[in-house]
Design a binder for this molecule. Sequence first.
Ligand code: ME8
Length: 521
Amino acid sequence: MSEKAYYVTTPIYYVTAPPHIGSAYTTVAGDVLTRWHAQRGERKWYLTGTDEHGEKVMRSAEAQGMTPQAWTDKLVEEAWKPAWVDVDIAYDDFIRTTEQRHTERVREFWQTLYDKGDVYKGEYEGLYCVGCEEFKLPADIRTDEDGTQRCMIHGTELETVSETNYFFRLSAYADKLLELYDEQPDFVAPASARNEVIAFVKQGLQDLSITRSTFDWGIPVPWDEDHVLYVWIDALLNYVTAAGYGTDPKRFEELWPVDVHLVGKDILRFHAVIWPAMLMAAGVAVPRQVFAHGWLLVGGEKMSKSKLTAIAPHEITDHFGSDAFRYYFLRTIQFGSDGSFSWEHLSAVYTSELANGLGNLASRIAAMVGKYFGGTLPEPTDHGPAEQALADKLAQTVATADKALDTLAFQDALAAINELVGAVNGYVTEQEPWKVAKDESKQDRLATILYSAAETLRAVAVLHNPTMPKSSAKLWELLGAEEKLGALKDQRVQDAGTWGQLPPGSTLTKGEPLFPRLEEN
Ligand code: ME8
């Protein structure tokens, strides 16, 4: 058996419109996380995809005068997959819930639960939000002065749905779920999300309506084809159907249980309550973790496809590049909390930390090695306290960043790396190599200063590679590191903190700027 891969998923997104930066936020986070594990030398598996059934997608297709299948085919190929190229996502699999590999397994899964007696037929009347694709509980409803009942997330008026449905005995799993949260304390993260889920389950759970019969855009219920399966209980199964559940036991063993399901906090309950209960009912291992991140807000409101607040990822990447996009959101918003987006803030961070920070530092070092040593990295023969402080800082940064990634604290990792860049900048400013260069007797000192700065940048390239693969590749090239150290992807995070790896004699070339100044764009 081969080693278990580090398996990460994003939610599968509704294809009602092209993606906006909210969907890209989750997808980038997962990409950085999985690339980080690859940089550690682990096998990784990254799954994303699209949720294509249900009323919401059906209505958006109708509004276009298209069939849901034609509409989703078009959006997936023309908008979703290209957007993931725009933000440089290296997914290993992209699942669409309309694919046969999914629909067949979903039918088998629910047939098994039906045969076991976990599903029964009953009447249901409730208030439904098509935006959430969810029957709303009283605590999730906002009532206007005139009595109109609205969804707290979308603000839209709820629809009364009255149907004969099939139900899953979710209520029977409340105690088992509470045991799970107890035995596997990291199952829901961060702590605020865990507390919310526990409080919710402690109130007791209602059985879940799992079929719909007033429209037909869904997977037909295998034992009663007048019904289609409720979109959520079809969609959640993508995480196992894509992993070989029911078809490829070897592959399934290599991937399952999933290491982290990344989700926005809006869909936490589905992942932390309903999904593990479904798996328990089927006798399948539960996920290792569900991590709920916060919302991107624009003008104080959750950015959404249905509102005019949606910003397409390419609107940002066209100007700033994909690396800056990836860096900015993970650097400025604590993963798990909400964060506001503004163009001004993005420009400010780009300019100070990337263009004037890392980018300028790398160019200056390469330029000085060019000017004083003809582009050949000199030998550091005068390693003193200032250099040792830098070497210590480097080792400490690698450890901090690696540990931060264990808890998905992207912001802490990037802050530490940014601080290291600041420390090199400070070191160069203090050491004043341009002055030292004027003194013939201090050539050893000059060589040591430039070597030490370049050596720190070597580690920065490794640490930033998961977040900013394009600029890190440029930095690796600028340092001339490939020839003696090999490919950047083969450098291990665990080894990155060891001082003195960049061999003297490497050829440094200034090349094009890592992060062009905005006015030059
Ligand atoms: O919920 N800020 O799909 P969806 C941060 N199909 N993240 C955001 C965001 C924002 N403003 N807006 C969206 C669904 N997201 C279901 C999922 S999974 C089995 C089925 C991200 O298209 C965030 O990850 O509405 C959120 O959970 C997801 O997109 C919702 O995407």
